[in-house]
Write a protein that binds this ligand. Structure first.
Ligand SMILES: [Zn+2]
Ligand SMILES: [Zn+2]
Length: 297
């Protein structure tokens, strides 16, 4: 439901259309059992790489700075995020910061109050006349560390060739090792891409709508929901009500039984010395938020 007069963002719409046609063809061939098994495994691995690149890298590291890590890990996470073709770190981070600052209101790029489909995919297909092009001031924190600044500026400058290289050519060349260049491109490239897109989009749409399995234990200030079904497909990002209440926590699901593979990856990195300063909201503060919400009922 697009309420305002917005122009179709032709470049995005065409690329998404082509990706969906090719990606769905890849799933059709997979359903017929005609891809090599290695290619299917590569698609699964690429899904995890691109998904975690967004959740651990773009989201929990670059946007929320919920932990610290060195140059090599930052670079790997930026490359992994690039494979998800969700725009550059600078664009993604500035949009997401605005989403937290203005949730459900004017200025929230994927404002859920403008309808389910707008928050899922409409905001990518239509140019928002209010959105200022080239304004990354919401992501200024990326420029505080000179090395991080040069990494994200480089990725921003050469984004299209980098995205083509890591998201399309890389899986095709890897699958070429077992003689399946086209399978690598179509299945591990495009089919995997549309899957990871819709998984991420579910956080902006389904995790901002009441649905089966969703709850609001930590805040009722906005539409965000805790949703274990969404967490299953988004490496733990479905605990979105907690995340809106405590965005700086490296965990989205704060309890041990919450399915949050992104927090396990960050915790694992810290255990082998590749991440440090993991932000954890104290248990008492979490419980206070829960009781405050319960007292509203
Ligand atoms: Zn949200
Ligand atoms: Zn966030």
């Amino acid at each position: 439901m697009v309420q305002r007069k917005e122009k179709l963002y032709l470049q995005n719409a065409l690329f998404m259309l082509v990706a969906h046609v090719v990606g769905l063809y890849g799933f059709y061939v997979a359903a017929l059992g005609q891809w090599r098994r290695e290619t299917l495994v590569l698609g699964g691995v690429m899904f995890c790489v691109s998904g975690l690149g967004i959740t651990v890298g773009y989201h929990r590291l670059f946007t929320h700075r919920s932990f610290k890590c060195g140059e090599i890990v930052q670079t790997i996470l930026a490359i992994a995020g690039t494979t998800a073709i969700q725009n550059t770190v600078k664009v993604w981070v500035s949009g997401h910061v605005l989403h937290h600052q203005k949730t459900d209101k004017e200025g929230d790029p994927y404002n859920a109050s403008r309808g389910f489909w707008y928050s899922h995919i409409g905001w990518i297909l239509f140019k928002d006349p209010d959105r200022k092009k080239g304004d990354f001031s919401a992501a200024d924190h990326l420029m505080e560390d000179s090395w991080t600044a040069s990494l994200v500026n480089f990725q921003h400058e050469y984004y299209i060739p980098l995205a083509f290289l890591f998201s399309g050519l890389a899986p095709a060349l890897i699958a070429w090792l077992w003689g399946d260049f086209w399978g690598g491109l179509v299945f591990a490239g495009f089919s995997r891409l549309i899957l990871v897109w819709h998984a991420t989009f579910c956080i902006n749409s389904i995790a901002h709508w009441k649905h089966w399995g969703s709850r609001q234990p930590y805040t009722r200030a906005n539409s965000s929901q805790d949703s274990w079904p969404v967490s299953i497909v988004t490496f733990g990002e479905g605990y979105h009500n907690y995340h809106h209440a405590f965005p700086g926590d490296y965990r989205n699901g704060p309890y041990w039984y919450n399915f949050d593979p992104s927090k396990w990856v960050i915790f694992g990195l810290s255990k082998i010395g590749l991440a440090k300063n993991l932000n954890r909201v104290p248990r008492e503060k979490i419980e206070r938020a829960r009781s405050a919400v319960l007292s509203l009922e």
